[in-house]
Design a protein around this ligand. Structure first.
Ligand code: BYC
Length: 310
């Protein structure tokens, strides 16, 4: 078959909803785009442990501490699954990690903001994980088998994370006026970064059109963002809290909530390394990477399976 025929057959398969598997022929651009996106996703899970992980020693009470430890561990597991999925496309984990640590690879904008109060942990679990699950449920319908299957597993776990975050915010919303104010303040700070999480608007998005054609994504950035807003605004208001957008209201004619778009220049700055916490996040990751070197070296010892007699 000529390259054109292979491409036509590939596109017909993808359009039918068939899954593409690691050994299958695929256009080079499809492979590259998936490596880029899955790699960024893996990095987001790994860096995403840091803002909440910081709160493990201070979590209010034993039960919340245990749940938070489990959540943060889950994120590490998601990172592992995703690096593995990206490796099936021919890029090694070491190369991907090197790109993260050198600042070359992007990761989700949201993890470059600080978490000054306990309410941030609740709001990340509730709002950020809700936005993540809406996005990942559409990625679970995507064309690349290993990524779509990883998404299914990850969505189950993230759905539990949403409950953990929601439960923490409910406790604050029903608490003292100071606790309610803390919850509201966290929502105010996370609202726009969470809206940015779904990516730039479709009209500005470089990759969306091709990603939709090849079913790498099955919904556009704007569709995912609107779904998030429609889902979360009534939930926030039901707790007597609100979003920091006076123009956010239900539009009877469209059946959707209207909202003020975030500052897209801020998204650009933050994903390109100039957010409030980028430098600290990468510095912490580098330190953890160095401190874990001996474990990687021990596991790599030939023929011992990491179990050498000493
Ligand atoms: N943050 O053409 P576009 C989690 C980049 S972690 C950073 O629309 P695309 C959790 C984009 O990469 C879950 N960068 O791109 C973990 C591209 O840059 P390059 C995180 C962003 O790929 C721990 C450029 O901007 N989820 O849930 O079609 C604790 C142009 O954008 C962002 C994922 O990673 C952003 N928000 O669409 C708690 C999902 N937006 O590569 C929770 C997987 C855009 O050309 N990724 N960029 O230099 C995706 O679904 C898609 O990549 C995006 C962007 C929707 C994010």
């Amino acid at each position: 078959m000529t390259e054109d025929q292979k491409l036509a057959e590939f596109e017909a398969r993808v359009a039918r909803g068939d899954k593409v598997e690691p050994g299958d022929w695929m256009p080079e651009e499809y492979r590259k785009n998936l490596i880029r996106m899955i790699g960024q996703h893996a990095h987001s899970e790994i860096v995403g442990q840091l803002p909440e992980g910081k709160w493990i020693p201070y979590a209010p009470g034993f039960r919340r501490k245990l749940t938070l430890i489990a959540k943060v561990q889950d994120e590490a597991g998601h990172g592992q699954l995703l690096y593995r999925a990206a490796e099936t496309l021919g890029k090694s984990r070491e190369e991907m990690l090197e790109e993260l640590l050198s600042g070359k690879a992007k990761y989700s904008n949201v993890f470059n903001y600080p978490t000054p109060t306990w309410a941030d942990v609740g709001v990340i679990g509730w709002l950020v994980d809700t936005a993540a699950v809406i996005n990942q449920s559409m990625l679970a319908q995507g064309s690349y088998g290993p990524y779509a299957r990883a998404m299914k597993r990850i969505c189950y776990e993230e759905s539990f994370h949403i409950k953990q975050g929601y439960d923490a915010v409910v406790a604050l919303a029903r608490g003292t006026p100071e606790q309610r104010a803390m919850a509201q303040d966290a929502i105010n700070r996370w609202w726009y970064p969470t809206l940015m999480m779904s990516g730039p608007p479709d009209a500005m998005s470089e990759h969306t059109a091709r990603a939709m054609k090849w079913r790498i994504k099955t919904k556009t950035n704007d569709q995912v963002r609107q779904e998030f807003v429609d889902h979360i605004v009534p939930q926030i208001r039901a707790l007597g809290l609100d979003v920091p957008d006076p123009d956010c209201r239900y539009d009877e004619t469209t059946g959707h909530y209207r909202f003020t778009p975030p500052d897209w220049e801020e998204l650009k700055r933050v994903v390109n390394g100039d957010g409030p916490m980028n430098k600290e996040r990468i510095a912490v990751r580098k330190k953890a990477h160095e401190e874990g070197r001996w474990v990687r070296e021990a596991l790599a010892v030939k023929g011992t399976g990491g179990n050498s007699k000493s």
